[in-house]
Design a protein around this ligand. Structure first.
Ligand code: PLP
Length: 381
Protein backbone atom coordinates (compact mmCIF):
# COMPACT_ATOMS: atom_id res chain seq x y z
CA UNK A 1 0.00 0.00 0.00
CA UNK A 2 1.65 3.29 -1.04
CA UNK A 3 2.24 5.03 2.26
CA UNK A 4 2.07 8.83 2.20
CA UNK A 5 1.91 9.51 5.93
CA UNK A 6 5.59 9.48 6.89
CA UNK A 7 5.26 12.71 8.87
CA UNK A 8 2.99 10.79 11.26
CA UNK A 9 5.44 7.92 11.58
CA UNK A 10 7.87 5.96 9.42
CA UNK A 11 8.44 2.22 8.99
CA UNK A 12 11.47 0.83 10.83
CA UNK A 13 14.51 1.09 8.55
CA UNK A 14 16.52 -2.04 7.71
CA UNK A 15 19.56 -0.69 9.58
CA UNK A 16 17.49 0.15 12.67
CA UNK A 17 15.87 -3.27 12.69
CA UNK A 18 19.23 -5.05 12.43
CA UNK A 19 20.75 -2.89 15.18
CA UNK A 20 17.75 -3.41 17.46
CA UNK A 21 17.71 -7.19 17.00
CA UNK A 22 21.43 -7.50 17.57
CA UNK A 23 21.34 -5.31 20.69
CA UNK A 24 18.31 -7.16 22.04
CA UNK A 25 20.08 -10.49 21.54
CA UNK A 26 23.54 -9.56 22.70
CA UNK A 27 23.31 -6.49 24.93
CA UNK A 28 20.02 -6.66 26.78
CA UNK A 29 21.46 -6.32 30.27
CA UNK A 30 20.89 -3.26 32.44
CA UNK A 31 23.61 -0.70 31.71
CA UNK A 32 23.61 0.26 35.41
CA UNK A 33 24.31 -3.32 36.61
CA UNK A 34 27.61 -3.77 38.44
CA UNK A 35 28.74 -6.90 36.55
CA UNK A 36 30.83 -7.02 33.38
CA UNK A 37 27.83 -7.64 31.11
CA UNK A 38 26.15 -4.50 32.46
CA UNK A 39 29.33 -2.48 32.08
CA UNK A 40 29.59 -3.65 28.49
CA UNK A 41 26.07 -2.40 27.70
CA UNK A 42 26.90 0.89 29.41
CA UNK A 43 29.98 1.23 27.19
CA UNK A 44 27.91 0.41 24.09
CA UNK A 45 25.30 2.97 25.10
CA UNK A 46 27.97 5.63 25.52
CA UNK A 47 29.46 4.67 22.16
CA UNK A 48 26.06 5.34 20.55
CA UNK A 49 25.83 8.66 22.37
CA UNK A 50 29.20 9.56 20.88
CA UNK A 51 28.12 8.50 17.40
CA UNK A 52 24.97 10.56 17.67
CA UNK A 53 26.98 13.59 18.83
CA UNK A 54 29.16 13.21 15.75
CA UNK A 55 26.10 13.25 13.49
CA UNK A 56 24.80 16.35 15.26
CA UNK A 57 28.09 18.20 15.30
CA UNK A 58 29.60 17.56 18.74
CA UNK A 59 28.76 17.56 22.43
CA UNK A 60 27.93 14.00 23.54
CA UNK A 61 27.87 15.16 27.18
CA UNK A 62 24.81 17.26 26.27
CA UNK A 63 22.74 14.41 24.83
CA UNK A 64 19.95 12.89 26.91
CA UNK A 65 18.00 9.91 25.59
CA UNK A 66 14.26 10.32 26.15
CA UNK A 67 11.02 8.61 25.17
CA UNK A 68 10.52 11.15 22.37
CA UNK A 69 10.04 14.80 21.58
CA UNK A 70 7.01 15.29 23.81
CA UNK A 71 9.03 14.35 26.87
CA UNK A 72 11.89 16.59 25.74
CA UNK A 73 9.60 19.61 25.25
CA UNK A 74 8.11 19.17 28.71
CA UNK A 75 11.54 18.65 30.26
CA UNK A 76 12.90 21.88 28.80
CA UNK A 77 9.86 23.98 29.72
CA UNK A 78 9.70 22.57 33.25
CA UNK A 79 13.40 23.14 33.80
CA UNK A 80 13.37 26.71 32.53
CA UNK A 81 10.18 27.59 34.40
CA UNK A 82 11.85 26.43 37.61
CA UNK A 83 15.10 28.27 36.91
CA UNK A 84 13.95 31.62 35.55
CA UNK A 85 12.25 34.68 37.02
CA UNK A 86 8.54 34.18 37.84
CA UNK A 87 7.70 36.88 35.30
CA UNK A 88 9.86 35.39 32.51
CA UNK A 89 8.05 34.74 29.24
CA UNK A 90 8.49 32.27 26.39
CA UNK A 91 8.23 33.24 22.73
CA UNK A 92 6.74 30.51 20.59
CA UNK A 93 6.28 30.10 16.87
CA UNK A 94 2.50 29.63 16.49
CA UNK A 95 2.88 26.70 14.06
CA UNK A 96 4.75 24.55 16.60
CA UNK A 97 3.64 21.00 17.25
CA UNK A 98 1.17 20.73 20.12
CA UNK A 99 3.82 19.13 22.36
CA UNK A 100 5.74 22.42 22.40
CA UNK A 101 2.66 24.64 22.54
CA UNK A 102 1.00 22.67 25.32
CA UNK A 103 4.22 22.29 27.34
CA UNK A 104 4.74 26.07 27.10
CA UNK A 105 1.14 26.75 28.19
CA UNK A 106 1.50 24.35 31.10
CA UNK A 107 4.85 25.44 32.49
CA UNK A 108 4.64 29.14 31.56
CA UNK A 109 0.92 29.55 31.99
CA UNK A 110 -0.14 33.10 31.06
CA UNK A 111 3.41 33.96 29.99
CA UNK A 112 3.41 32.56 26.44
CA UNK A 113 3.77 35.01 23.56
CA UNK A 114 3.28 34.01 19.94
CA UNK A 115 5.83 35.15 17.40
CA UNK A 116 4.67 36.87 14.21
CA UNK A 117 4.88 34.73 11.05
CA UNK A 118 4.52 35.42 7.33
CA UNK A 119 1.76 33.81 5.20
CA UNK A 120 3.90 30.68 4.66
CA UNK A 121 4.58 30.36 8.39
CA UNK A 122 8.14 31.67 8.44
CA UNK A 123 9.39 33.47 11.55
CA UNK A 124 11.44 36.54 10.59
CA UNK A 125 14.69 37.01 12.52
CA UNK A 126 14.28 40.81 12.61
CA UNK A 127 10.81 40.46 14.14
CA UNK A 128 12.26 38.05 16.69
CA UNK A 129 15.08 40.47 17.40
CA UNK A 130 12.56 43.22 18.04
CA UNK A 131 10.50 41.07 20.41
CA UNK A 132 13.57 40.03 22.39
CA UNK A 133 14.78 43.59 22.69
CA UNK A 134 12.35 44.31 25.54
CA UNK A 135 14.02 41.58 27.64
CA UNK A 136 12.42 39.13 30.08
CA UNK A 137 12.47 36.10 27.77
CA UNK A 138 13.34 32.67 29.19
CA UNK A 139 13.16 30.82 25.86
CA UNK A 140 12.35 31.04 22.17
CA UNK A 141 10.90 27.93 20.49
CA UNK A 142 10.92 27.56 16.71
CA UNK A 143 10.77 24.19 14.96
CA UNK A 144 13.24 23.33 12.20
CA UNK A 145 10.58 21.99 9.83
CA UNK A 146 6.82 21.92 10.14
CA UNK A 147 5.08 18.54 10.42
CA UNK A 148 2.01 19.65 8.47
CA UNK A 149 3.38 21.92 5.76
CA UNK A 150 7.05 20.87 5.63
CA UNK A 151 8.06 24.56 5.79
CA UNK A 152 11.68 24.93 6.87
CA UNK A 153 12.58 27.79 9.21
CA UNK A 154 15.74 29.93 8.93
CA UNK A 155 17.14 28.35 12.10
CA UNK A 156 20.69 29.75 11.93
CA UNK A 157 19.42 33.33 11.64
CA UNK A 158 16.92 32.79 14.46
CA UNK A 159 19.58 31.22 16.71
CA UNK A 160 21.85 34.19 15.99
CA UNK A 161 19.07 36.60 17.01
CA UNK A 162 18.54 34.65 20.25
CA UNK A 163 22.29 34.60 20.93
CA UNK A 164 22.46 38.39 20.57
CA UNK A 165 19.95 38.65 23.43
CA UNK A 166 21.38 35.70 25.40
CA UNK A 167 18.09 33.82 25.23
CA UNK A 168 18.21 30.05 24.66
CA UNK A 169 16.54 28.64 21.59
CA UNK A 170 14.54 25.38 21.58
CA UNK A 171 14.40 23.77 18.18
CA UNK A 172 12.00 20.91 17.51
CA UNK A 173 14.03 18.93 14.97
CA UNK A 174 11.57 16.03 14.75
CA UNK A 175 10.67 16.44 11.09
CA UNK A 176 14.03 17.78 9.95
CA UNK A 177 16.18 14.92 11.19
CA UNK A 178 16.56 12.12 8.68
CA UNK A 179 15.38 14.37 5.84
CA UNK A 180 17.93 17.19 5.96
CA UNK A 181 21.47 17.17 7.40
CA UNK A 182 21.50 17.09 11.20
CA UNK A 183 24.72 19.11 11.40
CA UNK A 184 22.88 22.17 10.05
CA UNK A 185 21.11 22.40 13.40
CA UNK A 186 24.36 22.40 15.39
CA UNK A 187 23.85 25.97 16.60
CA UNK A 188 20.45 25.48 18.27
CA UNK A 189 20.63 25.30 22.08
CA UNK A 190 17.94 22.74 22.93
CA UNK A 191 17.10 20.18 20.24
CA UNK A 192 14.15 17.73 20.27
CA UNK A 193 14.03 14.47 18.35
CA UNK A 194 11.83 11.37 18.01
CA UNK A 195 13.35 8.29 16.34
CA UNK A 196 10.12 7.03 14.79
CA UNK A 197 10.04 9.98 12.38
CA UNK A 198 13.31 8.94 10.75
CA UNK A 199 13.13 5.15 10.54
CA UNK A 200 13.81 4.35 14.20
CA UNK A 201 11.48 2.72 16.73
CA UNK A 202 8.69 4.50 18.59
CA UNK A 203 9.14 5.51 22.22
CA UNK A 204 12.74 6.67 21.95
CA UNK A 205 14.22 10.04 21.12
CA UNK A 206 16.70 12.51 22.47
CA UNK A 207 17.07 15.96 23.86
CA UNK A 208 20.21 17.93 23.23
CA UNK A 209 20.97 20.44 25.94
CA UNK A 210 23.03 23.56 25.38
CA UNK A 211 26.68 23.32 26.23
CA UNK A 212 27.59 24.74 29.63
CA UNK A 213 25.52 26.37 32.32
CA UNK A 214 21.88 25.73 31.35
CA UNK A 215 22.60 22.00 31.09
CA UNK A 216 24.01 21.85 34.59
CA UNK A 217 21.46 20.72 37.11
CA UNK A 218 19.09 19.68 34.36
CA UNK A 219 16.74 17.02 35.65
CA UNK A 220 13.15 16.33 34.71
CA UNK A 221 12.14 12.83 35.71
CA UNK A 222 13.62 11.93 39.05
CA UNK A 223 14.33 8.44 40.31
CA UNK A 224 17.52 6.50 39.61
CA UNK A 225 20.56 8.54 38.68
CA UNK A 226 20.73 7.41 35.06
CA UNK A 227 22.22 9.60 32.32
CA UNK A 228 24.20 11.66 34.78
CA UNK A 229 21.08 12.36 36.84
CA UNK A 230 19.44 14.20 33.96
CA UNK A 231 16.83 11.60 33.11
CA UNK A 232 15.95 8.80 35.47
CA UNK A 233 14.80 5.42 34.18
CA UNK A 234 16.64 2.38 32.81
CA UNK A 235 18.10 3.23 29.43
CA UNK A 236 16.74 1.23 26.48
CA UNK A 237 20.01 0.40 24.76
CA UNK A 238 18.49 -1.57 21.85
CA UNK A 239 16.17 1.35 21.05
CA UNK A 240 19.08 3.80 21.23
CA UNK A 241 21.20 1.60 18.95
CA UNK A 242 18.30 1.49 16.47
CA UNK A 243 17.82 5.27 16.68
CA UNK A 244 21.47 5.94 15.85
CA UNK A 245 21.49 3.32 13.07
CA UNK A 246 18.40 4.87 11.47
CA UNK A 247 19.78 8.40 11.59
CA UNK A 248 23.16 7.25 10.27
CA UNK A 249 21.46 5.50 7.35
CA UNK A 250 19.44 8.61 6.49
CA UNK A 251 22.49 10.86 6.78
CA UNK A 252 24.35 8.58 4.37
CA UNK A 253 21.50 8.80 1.86
CA UNK A 254 21.59 12.60 2.20
CA UNK A 255 25.36 12.67 1.68
CA UNK A 256 24.89 10.61 -1.51
CA UNK A 257 22.48 13.29 -2.77
CA UNK A 258 19.47 10.98 -2.73
CA UNK A 259 17.03 13.64 -1.58
CA UNK A 260 17.45 15.65 -4.81
CA UNK A 261 15.50 13.29 -7.14
CA UNK A 262 12.86 12.89 -4.43
CA UNK A 263 12.36 16.65 -4.32
CA UNK A 264 11.90 16.61 -8.11
CA UNK A 265 9.23 13.89 -7.85
CA UNK A 266 7.41 15.80 -5.13
CA UNK A 267 7.57 19.04 -7.15
CA UNK A 268 6.34 17.24 -10.27
CA UNK A 269 3.37 15.95 -8.29
CA UNK A 270 2.49 19.48 -7.14
CA UNK A 271 2.99 20.99 -10.58
CA UNK A 272 0.58 18.45 -12.08
CA UNK A 273 -1.89 18.61 -9.21
CA UNK A 274 -2.51 22.36 -9.30
CA UNK A 275 -3.72 22.68 -12.91
CA UNK A 276 -5.65 19.41 -12.64
CA UNK A 277 -7.65 20.67 -9.64
CA UNK A 278 -8.44 24.36 -10.15
CA UNK A 279 -8.70 26.14 -6.81
CA UNK A 280 -6.35 23.74 -5.00
CA UNK A 281 -3.61 25.44 -2.95
CA UNK A 282 -0.32 24.22 -1.58
CA UNK A 283 0.15 25.43 2.00
CA UNK A 284 3.53 27.08 2.51
CA UNK A 285 4.13 26.88 -1.23
CA UNK A 286 6.11 30.13 -1.22
CA UNK A 287 8.72 28.85 1.24
CA UNK A 288 11.44 26.21 1.21
CA UNK A 289 9.95 22.92 2.36
CA UNK A 290 10.98 19.37 3.19
CA UNK A 291 11.37 17.26 0.05
CA UNK A 292 8.73 14.78 1.12
CA UNK A 293 5.76 16.95 2.16
CA UNK A 294 2.72 18.41 0.40
CA UNK A 295 -0.14 19.99 2.33
CA UNK A 296 -2.96 20.78 -0.11
CA UNK A 297 -6.20 22.62 0.56
CA UNK A 298 -8.75 21.39 -1.94
CA UNK A 299 -11.68 23.47 -3.22
CA UNK A 300 -14.18 20.73 -2.44
CA UNK A 301 -14.62 17.74 -0.15
CA UNK A 302 -14.08 17.37 3.58
CA UNK A 303 -10.68 15.85 4.26
CA UNK A 304 -12.14 12.72 5.86
CA UNK A 305 -13.82 11.99 2.51
CA UNK A 306 -10.54 12.44 0.67
CA UNK A 307 -8.81 10.25 3.20
CA UNK A 308 -11.39 7.44 3.00
CA UNK A 309 -11.56 7.46 -0.77
CA UNK A 310 -7.78 7.42 -1.12
CA UNK A 311 -7.56 4.73 1.55
CA UNK A 312 -9.98 2.56 -0.45
CA UNK A 313 -7.70 2.99 -3.46
CA UNK A 314 -4.73 1.85 -1.38
CA UNK A 315 -3.15 5.20 -0.45
CA UNK A 316 -2.52 6.06 3.20
CA UNK A 317 -2.48 9.85 3.59
CA UNK A 318 -2.90 12.26 6.51
CA UNK A 319 -4.84 15.37 7.36
CA UNK A 320 -3.24 17.51 10.06
CA UNK A 321 -0.87 16.23 12.76
CA UNK A 322 -1.88 12.64 13.53
CA UNK A 323 -2.43 13.41 17.24
CA UNK A 324 -4.65 16.42 16.46
CA UNK A 325 -6.57 14.53 13.77
CA UNK A 326 -7.14 11.62 16.17
CA UNK A 327 -8.88 14.00 18.59
CA UNK A 328 -11.13 15.23 15.79
CA UNK A 329 -9.66 18.75 16.12
CA UNK A 330 -8.77 20.79 13.09
CA UNK A 331 -5.27 21.94 12.33
CA UNK A 332 -3.81 24.58 14.65
CA UNK A 333 -1.13 25.16 12.04
CA UNK A 334 -3.65 26.10 9.36
CA UNK A 335 -5.49 28.33 11.83
CA UNK A 336 -2.19 30.10 12.64
CA UNK A 337 -1.60 30.55 8.90
CA UNK A 338 -4.96 32.31 8.56
CA UNK A 339 -6.96 29.51 6.94
CA UNK A 340 -10.64 29.43 7.89
CA UNK A 341 -12.02 26.37 9.73
CA UNK A 342 -13.86 25.41 6.50
CA UNK A 343 -10.62 25.53 4.51
CA UNK A 344 -8.78 23.57 7.20
CA UNK A 345 -11.43 20.85 6.88
CA UNK A 346 -10.44 20.42 3.22
CA UNK A 347 -6.70 20.05 3.88
CA UNK A 348 -4.93 16.81 3.03
CA UNK A 349 -1.29 16.06 3.82
CA UNK A 350 0.82 13.81 1.61
CA UNK A 351 4.21 12.84 3.05
CA UNK A 352 6.51 10.42 1.28
CA UNK A 353 9.64 8.72 2.57
CA UNK A 354 12.97 7.39 1.39
CA UNK A 355 11.29 4.30 -0.10
CA UNK A 356 8.60 6.28 -1.94
CA UNK A 357 9.23 6.05 -5.68
CA UNK A 358 8.49 8.33 -8.60
CA UNK A 359 5.89 5.76 -9.68
CA UNK A 360 4.21 6.04 -6.25
CA UNK A 361 3.87 9.83 -6.67
CA UNK A 362 2.45 9.34 -10.20
CA UNK A 363 -0.02 6.74 -8.96
CA UNK A 364 -1.02 9.09 -6.13
CA UNK A 365 -1.66 11.88 -8.62
CA UNK A 366 -3.94 9.66 -10.70
CA UNK A 367 -5.84 8.55 -7.58
CA UNK A 368 -6.21 12.14 -6.31
CA UNK A 369 -7.65 13.27 -9.65
CA UNK A 370 -10.06 10.32 -9.64
CA UNK A 371 -11.19 11.16 -6.10
CA UNK A 372 -11.57 14.82 -6.99
CA UNK A 373 -13.86 13.89 -9.91
CA UNK A 374 -15.92 11.67 -7.65
CA UNK A 375 -16.23 14.37 -4.97
CA UNK A 376 -17.05 17.05 -7.56
CA UNK A 377 -19.81 14.89 -9.00
CA UNK A 378 -21.41 14.26 -5.59
CA UNK A 379 -21.03 17.82 -4.32
CA UNK A 380 -22.61 19.26 -7.47
CA UNK A 381 -25.44 16.71 -7.49
N1 PLP B 1 7.22 17.61 16.97
C1 PLP B 1 6.84 17.35 15.71
C2 PLP B 1 7.17 18.35 14.64
C3 PLP B 1 6.15 16.18 15.41
O1 PLP B 1 5.77 15.95 14.16
C4 PLP B 1 5.87 15.27 16.46
C5 PLP B 1 5.11 14.04 16.19
O2 PLP B 1 4.00 14.04 15.75
C6 PLP B 1 6.29 15.57 17.75
C7 PLP B 1 6.98 16.75 17.96
C8 PLP B 1 6.03 14.67 18.92
O3 PLP B 1 6.75 13.48 18.81
P1 PLP B 1 6.46 12.28 19.82
O4 PLP B 1 4.98 12.04 19.76
O5 PLP B 1 7.22 11.12 19.30
O6 PLP B 1 6.91 12.71 21.16
Amino acid sequence: MPYFDHNATTPLSAAARAAWLQAQEEAWQNPASPHRAGARVKALLERERGRLAELLGGGEENLVFTSGATEGANAVMAHLAAHSAPTARVFINPTEHSCVRAAAERWFHGRVEWLPIDPDGLVASDALDERLHAGGAALVAVMAANNETGVVQPISALVAACARHRVPMLCDAVQWLGKLPAAELASADFLLAAAHKFGGPKGVGFLRLPAGAPARGFSFITGGGQQGGRRAGTEDYPAVAALVAALTEAEMALARGESAPRLTWRDRYEHSLLPAIPGARIVGGGAGRLWNTVMAVFPQGANHRWLNKLDKRGFAVGTSAACTAAQGSSSQVLAALGFSPAEAQRAVRFSGGWATTEADWSALLAAVIEVRNEIAATELA
